[in-house]
Design a protein around this ligand. Structure first.
Ligand code: SF4
Length: 196
C-alpha cells in the first residue's frame, strides 16, 4: 500500500485550498477531479438538456439545466454554465452557480405571502389578492402624497410617497416600460439595478 508522509498530505491540502490547476503527484492514488467528473456524468446521463438564462442580473449568463422525468414529475438534476455562450463561456458567478436552489430549496416560498398591518402573522394569499392590494396601496399613497405645485407655484405633478426599484434581470424593454409607467404615475424616485 502507498505510504503517505506528512509532507505529501500537506501538499495535497495546500493544492486543494488554493484551487491550483497544476498537476501534482497523487500519493493517495486517487484522482479526485476525474472521480467528480465521472460522478457528474453518471448523474446527468440520459437527462434532457434545457437551455436557459440566469435570472439574477442583466449580464444574462446562459445556463444548461439537466432534467429527468420521474414518476410523472420533472426532476431537476443539475444546472451549470453553458460553454457555448459568448457571454459567460460556461462560467457562472457564485450567485448564478446557486441557481438550482431557486427550484429545489426547501426554503423556497411558492405562494404570495401577506402580513396585514399590525399583524405578526404571515398568510398565504392568491396572486389576485396581492395584485389588487398593491394597486390599492399605490392609489392610496399617490392620492395622499401627490404634489401639483411646488413652493414657488411651478406645476410639478409629482408623487413623492412612492419609490420604484427595477429588477436586476430587467431587459431594456422591461426597464423602458417600467419607467414609462412610473413616470406616468408621477414618481420621481426611480432606481434601476443591473450588475454590469
Ligand atoms: S453574472 Fe452571475 S448573477 Fe449575473 S447573469 Fe451571470 S451568473 Fe447570473
Amino acid at each position: 500500500m502507498t505510504e503517505i508522509t506528512r509532507r505529501d498530505f500537506l501538499k495535497l491540502g495546500a493544492a486543494g485550498t488554493a484551487g491550483l490547476a497544476i498537476p501534482i503527484a497523487n500519493p493517495l492514488g486517487f484522482d479526485l477531479a476525474a472521480a467528480k467528473k465521472r460522478a457528474l456524468e453518471a448523474r446527468i446521463s440520459g437527462a434532457k438538456e434545457v437551455h436557459s438564462i440566469c435570472p439574477y442580473c442583466a449580464v444574462g449568463c446562459a445556463l444548461i439545466a439537466y432534467t429527468k422525468e420521474s414518476n410523472g414529475k420533472t426532476q431537476l438534476l443539475q444546472i451549470e454554465g453553458d460553454p457555448d455562450s459568448p457571454v459567460n463561456e460556461g462560467r457562472l458567478c457564485p450567485k448564478g452557480a446557486t441557481a438550482m436552489q431557486l427550484a429545489v430549496s426547501s426554503r423556497r416560498v411558492e405562494h404570495p405571502m401577506y402580513r396585514a398591518a399590525g399583524s405578526a402573522k404571515w398568510e398565504e394569499k392568491s396572486w389576485d389578492f396581492v395584485l389588487d392590494k398593491i394597486a390599492q396601496n399605490i392609489k392610496a399613497s399617490r392620492d395622499n402624497t401627490f404634489v401639483a405645485q411646488d413652493a414657488n407655484g411651478n406645476v410639478v405633478n409629482r408623487t413623492e410617497g412612492i419609490a420604484f426599484a427595477g429588477g436586476a434581470a430587467f431587459s431594456s424593454e422591461e426597464g423602458y416600460f417600467a419607467t414609462k409607467v412610473m413616470r406616468a404615475l408621477g414618481l420621481v424616485h426611480i432606481e434601476q439595478q443591473a450588475r454590469v
